[in-house]
Design a protein around this ligand. Structure first.
Ligand code: ADP
Ligand code: SF4
Length: 692
């Protein structure tokens, strides 16, 4: 296959000061929940991006000094020579594929509490630290400013010595000291670093000049700047001071990396933002500088990328999430393999990894974060083992990924589903804001459709005898899960009395199947705490019914704090007139009513619920598995094939986890790991010699 000439422009080289990017694909800095704690894992993950064709591959934020210690989060670090050596692993991995390595140096100012280093927190002015730690930051003296500049310069030199090609000064997002100085909101200084914008920009200018001075013509100097905080005049604004900063510093960096702040605005989920949605804020930048400009916008479509270049919005296509979902996105465009692109669905499971301090994971790319510890490659599978044939029952995310990946290994695979396939990904894509979830199924069904050795049988209900008669070497049961209708959930470990008496009780499965409450008031009880409770409340409010969302959580859709959507969900529900009730647990159900118990006082309250929607937990659809395996798996050892449960059918979880389960099953089918051994390589802490 050859590249479509319309996309040639994406493969032109770009000069970034003294270094040249081989094309316009730029993996901008992104966190990964591994950071300095897992340098081998980070290096392999970044190297994979370079192998996939990203001309520039950047680190995540790297703090430059113990006074900028971001514990509990696991980010990059460049405090000393040992950190330099860890980061050099990543540089080598990126250089091995002909790409440029970039490093984003940062000092967090008051955005940390120094929980590890226990050093006093430094800030532009006297203030509380960000968040709720009972800690305050001390206003930096001129000596402190000189120290930060010296630490930054030392980090720059270490970065250069580690082999980085591009070195960042970072004032993107609300977490960085230069941004705190620029911002009127934080800067109350009366010296030459406060007051006028010129003064507030002084530290940034000095850091840029220091960086240039330190590296000479060995490295490009990048400046990441949030041109708009989406706060109007309260913050940096692309129509106001954001624009003026760009004018003031226009030619100082070798490349402008521009975005909107804070991170929740920069990495907005598909539910709340479209591809390319930063354009209105960043498009002015190129008018003021002759230097290349890179920006992001969850770009997965090469046509959208090309128009960014042709219309003069950006010079380089920046990506964090699209490069996570498909590290080989540039190569696939270059080779004319658009149908092979695994498009990001904008779910922010990757972002949640960082907030939960877990190694990065991705709904679309199950190999993300597994490049080193499991040696998984997103584009190639291990060779087929001794056996030949596999039957996969259920074509949801788990079954689809298993069948597709087994096909790539060379197995003859039959995939059966009673429906047209797609499972919960297709079902949930019908709900407001979740259309992109369809991509999980579309990509895999497309790949399976083009595979010579995977046959998909839609409309095929399988039972125990048809499975046994099929005669495969291996059978995977991926039949998913059903939402419970008995009130049992996370706050309630037992079924709730009376659910069976309610005449208009629905679960998410009912709503997805098209059933709708006819009469209100509707009470949506959300003991799931992820997105579905809020989505269903939104859907029902749109029909004009009076909706109350009750949750035992401290706020609605509490887990979506990790996907950075919680505030948007709450705002949307309030604006739609949905009544929100938190910290209340379902205690009893009766026709037309429920009783809830206050989590704090234990006081009971009667609530009207002419219609009731229970979004609690799911029960695995494992009857088929046990029909074949026997009660308590008694027949398992005697079957003429291996039998496994995968995905939600085993343990209901996120779509990302179902995909991962399907993928792991496919990787391990003929060589099951020793259940007593750690199933992957671990990053180990050093043991100091001399310890007894
Ligand atoms: P997961 O997230 O684990 O992939 P899903 O619930 O999304 O699970 O998908 C399960 C799929 O299994 C659904 O598409 C469903 O139609 C299919 N399925 C369930 N039971 C059977 C069966 N007995 N025969 C064929 N397909 C089935
Ligand atoms: Fe995109 Fe979701 Fe993967 Fe993140 S986890 S890269 S948002 S598909």
């Amino acid at each position: 296959m050859t590249r479509d000439p319309r996309y040639d422009v994406l493969f032109e080289p770009v000069q970034i000061g003294p270094v040249t990017a081989r094309n316009r694909f730029y993996q901008v800095p992104h966190c990964n929940g591994m950071g300095h704690v897992m340098p081998n894992s980070v290096a392999a993950m970044r190297g994979m991006k370079a192998e996939g064709g990203w001309a520039v591959v950047a680190t995540e934020e790297c703090d430059i000094h113990p006074s900028s210690d971001v514990l509990p989060y696991r980010e990059g670090r460049l405090w000393d020579r040992q950190d330099q050596e860890r980061l050099a692993l990543m540089v080598d991995a990126v250089h091995a594929h002909g790409s440029l390595a970039a490093i984003e140096l940062m000092h967090h100012g008051h955005a940390v509490s120094n929980r590890y280093s226990r050093l006093p927190v430094m800030a532009v002015s006297d203030m509380a630290v960000a968040g709720y730690d009972p800690v305050q930051a001390s206003a930096m003296t001129r000596r402190d400013i000189a120290n930060v500049r010296r630490w930054h310069r030392k980090a720059v030199l270490r970065a250069r010595d580690a082999g980085f090609d591009i070195i960042y000064v970072y004032a993107g997002h609300d977490l960085t000291l230069p941004m705190h100085f620029i911002s009127r909101r934080y800067n109350r200084r009366g010296d030459e670093y406060g007051g006028s914008l010129e003064n507030r920009v002084r530290l940034t200018r000095e850091l840029l000049e220091d960086t240039r001075d330190a590296v000479g013509d060995t490295c490009g100097v990048a400046f990441r700047f949030a041109v708009d905080e989406l706060m109007g005049d309260e913050g940096i604004c692309s129509a106001g001071e954001g624009r003026e900063v760009v004018q003031m510093l226009a030619e100082l960096p070798d490349i402008w990396d521009v975005n909107v702040s804070d991170w929740a605005n920069d990495s907005v989920t598909a539910r709340f933002g479209e591809e390319g949605d930063q354009e209105p804020y960043v498009s002015f930048v190129k008018h003021y500088t002759s230097k290349p400009v890179v920006g992001v916008g969850r770009f997965t479509s090469p046509d959208a990328m090309v128009t960014q270049i042709q219309r003069g919005v950006l010079d380089m296509i920046g990506a964090a999430r699209p490069s996570i979902a498909d590290p080989f996105l540039p190569s696939k465009i270059e080779q004319g393999r658009l149908e092979d692109i695994r498009e990001c669905i904008g779910c922010n499971i990757c972002v949640a990894s960082d907030w939960t301090q877990s190694p990065i994971r991705c709904t679309q790319n199950p190999t993300m974060g597994e490049e080193w510890r499991r040696s998984w490659h997103p584009e190639s599978m291990n060779e087929r083992g001794a056996s030949k044939t596999v039957l996969v029952v259920g074509a949801g995310p788990a079954g689809l990924e298993a069948a597709m990946s087994l096909g790539r290994r060379g197995y003859d695979v039959a995939l059966a589903d009673r429906t047209e396939g797609g499972g919960r990904a297709v079902a949930e894509a019908q709900l407001p804001g979740l259309a992109s979830y369809q991509r999980v199924a579309d990509y895999r069904l497309g790949q399976i459709g083009r595979s010579a050795n995977v046959r998909f049988y839609p409309g095929s209900e399988m039972d125990a005898s048809s499975i046994c008669e099929f005669g495969a070497d291996h059978v995977a049961i991926a039949t998913g899960a059903q939402w419970r209708r008995d009130g049992m959930g996370r706050a309630t470990w037992q079924p709730v009395a009376g659910c069976e008496t309610h005449p208009a009780l629905y679960t998410p499965d009912d709503i997805i199947a098209g059933q709708r409450p006819e009469r209100g008031p509707v009470l949506v009880y959300d003991d799931d705490h992820y997105y579905l409770g809020g989505v269903i409340a939104e859907l029902l409010a749109e029909t004009g019914l009076a909706v109350t969302l009750v949750t035992p959580g401290p706020e609605v859709s509490h887990w979506t704090q990790n996907t950075m959507e919680q505030h948007r969900i709450e705002q949307r529900l309030l604006e739609m007139g949905v009544m929100l009730v938190c910290k209340q647990t379902l205690a009893a159900v009766s026709p037309g009513q429920v009783q809830t118990r206050c989590n704090v006082t234990g006081r009971m309250q009667q609530r009207d619920a002419v219609s009731l929607v229970l979004v609690t937990i799911r029960a695995p659809e494992d009857a088929l598995y046990f029909a074949v395996a026997g009660q308590d798996e008694a027949q398992l050892a005697d079957l003429p094939f291996t039998l496994m449960r995968i995905g939600d059918c085993l343990a209901p979880s996120t779509i990302a986890q179902a995909v991962y389960d399907g993928h792991r099953f496919a990787r391990e089918i003929d060589e099951r790991p020793d259940p007593d051994a750690v199933p992957f390589r671990r990053e180990q802490s050093l043991i100091e010699s001399g310890n007894s």
